[in-house]
Design a protein around this ligand. Structure first.
Ligand code: NAD
Length: 509
């Protein structure tokens, strides 16, 4: 295969599509891709029109019958080889992530590792697709359930994890026997595309995974085309809601993961130094552009509140913000200039509405990278639930602090928020932690763990307006999402035994 992503000196300036095992160009308009660390245009991306997406759907549909009948163990073997290639090419993948997203190499490596863990889970395809069997449910009657693939399924993914989030989807969908169309973020598509090329190098037959780059036209084609059986989406809540309602109205299975506002409660008995260290990484890591970023700390009691703010201010002085390719940096720029300005406007609105800006990151300058989309770590105290900056997802390096009088008040604040992706509590009290994890209305909960992102053999998802649909992403819920149960009941009567006529509902007598 001719790679769409070449070395810097031999740069493929246009990022195309991967359809039926080949890189394709043309069939739509194009748009700039930026390097957020220096603010320069690094490549252009082709945005697929309806015809191009239909070509990908047709390729997937043609590949499906043979792939469906390929034994699960053979499908898994492709994933074993894929895992090896991902590890071998990790440096190049992380360079592409950093260049287009801006995250620092150690963070990109963490993202890639979490993606690889989903490939490892997919390697267990023969085990997870074994089905259920009951012998002799009636005289000479056996019953079993098997899990069949859906056909052509699609995934639409956000910019903030260009390697990992797509790998929440297609490795599992593919080992379950489906063919996949991936529509990655148009803002940082190169690592996604390169990884898809590696999967082909691992032996994936053409047409089983297709990548189309694009915007709304490409997404709408997937949503309305009757050949697409299911849609997995990860992105912001307004788009997630649109995807879910449109896909459902068109008869498709859909899981649409949306935005978040993740709170930590810091209890009076917590180890404050530990909580500060944990929260600083969870709030500002990856510039806060994580759907699990810890963006609100609710401190219980004034004493712990004041202590928390002063230790946070001290520790924040040590943060190093800069370009993606300097591994000593703690975090990098935001994805675009527009987004940087939007995050800064949330800080201003908090200030205007009466909050205290304890540490202000708006004036940061990064030497040598003056045109990068940087925003320094910002700490806002005395935030209240009525403020705009609290109600909406900021998606930037901003930690807001709310003061509460007791744990129940803190939990009520969390339970009243429209988003319910992740949350955590810092405490030494097991009883309080147990009550919190039982009663809090949030999908993923941490106890002294600020980013409780489930491992690949569990499943990931939020509650309320952080997830539309019934099933979480990846892991056991992913298997359910990408398969359809069929239950077969079979009788093989022994020679000479015949059943009589039966008009009542069949039962075991
Ligand atoms: P986004 O919603 O802007 O884009 C996500 C995808 O949807 C992209 O592929 C984009 O091309 C497409 N899209 C955008 N607007 C569309 C429209 N009007 N119609 C059809 N398709 C459209 O999200 P983003 O800015 O790329 O990512 C950040 C968001 O994703 C944040 O809100 C973050 O919380 C969320 N996110 C959620 C999770 C989760 O697991 N819940 C994980 C990662 C990111």
């Amino acid at each position: 295969m001719v790679s769409a992503i070449k070395d810097k000196n031999n740069s493929a300036k246009i990022v195309g599509h991967l359809i039926n095992g080949e890189i394709k160009y043309g069939g739509g308009s194009s748009q700039d891709i930026y390097n957020p660390s220096n603010g320069e245009v690094s490549r252009k991306i082709e945005l697929a029109n309806k015809k191009t997406v239909e070509e990908a759907i047709a390729a997937a549909q043609i590949a499906f019958p043979e792939w469906r009948n390929t034994p699960a163990v053979k499908r898994a073997r492709v994933m074993f080889r894929f895992k090896e290639l991902l590890e071998k090419n990790a440096k190049k993948i992380c360079e592409l992530i950093g260049e287009e997203h801006g995250k620092i190499s150690h963070d990109a490596m963490g993202e890639l590792q979490r993606g690889i863990e989903n490939v490892e889970y997919a390697c267990s395809a023969p085990e997870i697709l074994k089905g259920e069997h009951s012998k002799n449910v009636g005289q000479s009657v056996d019953c079993w359930s098997e899990f069949q693939p859906l056909g052509v399924v699609a995934g639409i993914t956000p910019f903030n994890f260009p390697a990992m989030v797509p790998m929440w989807m297609y490795p599992l969908a593919i080992v379950c026997g489906n063919c996949f169309i991936l529509k990655p973020s148009e803002r940082d598509p190169s690592s996604t595309l390169y990884i898809a090329e590696l999967l082909h190098e691992a032996g994936l037959p053409k047409g089983v995974l297709n990548v189309v780059n694009g915007g709304k036209e490409a997404v709408d084609t997937l949503l309305f085309d009757p050949r697409v059986e299911a849609i997995s989406f990860v992105g912001s809540t307004p788009v997630a809601e649109y995807i879910y309602t449109t896909a459902s109205a068109n008869g498709k299975r859909c899981q649409a993961l949306g935005g978040a506002k993740n709170h930590a409660i810091v209890m009076p008995d917590a180890d404050i130094d530990n909580a500060v260290n944990q929260l600083i990484g969870a709030a500002f890591g990856s510039s806060g552009e994580r759907c699990m970023a810890l963006s609100v700390a609710i401190v219980v009691g004034d004493e712990v509140g004041n202590n928390f703010i002063s230790k946070m201010k001290e520790t924040m002085k040590t943060l190093k913000v800069g370009a993606y390719n300097e591994s000593s940096n703690d975090f990098g720029p935001l994805i675009t200039e527009d987004h940087r300005n939007k995050v800064a406007s949330y800080i201003k609105s908090a200030e205007d509405q009466g909050a205290t800006i304890a540490v202000d990151g708006r004036d940061i300058k990064v030497k040598g990278y003056e045109n990068g989309f940087f925003l320094g770590a910002t700490l806002i105290d005395n935030v209240t639930p009525s403020m705009t900056s609290y109600k909406e997802e900021i998606f930037g390096p901003v930690l807001q602090v709310i003061r509460a009088n007791n744990m129940q008040e803190a939990m009520d604040i969390i339970n009243d928020h429209e988003y319910a992706n992740g949350t955590c509590i810092f405490t030494r009290d097991g009883e309080a932690a147990r009550y919190f994890s039982d009663q809090i209305k949030v999908g993923m909960v941490g106890i002294n763990i600020p980013l409780p992102v489930p491992v690949s053999y569990h499943s990931f998802g939020g509650w309320k307006r952080s997830l539309f649909g019934d099933l979480f992403a990846y892991g056991p819920d992913g298997v359910k999402f990408y398969t359809r149960r069929k239950t077969i009941t079979q009788r093989w009567p022994s020679a000479g035994v015949r059943e009589g006529k039966e008009f009542s509902m069949p039962t075991m007598k």
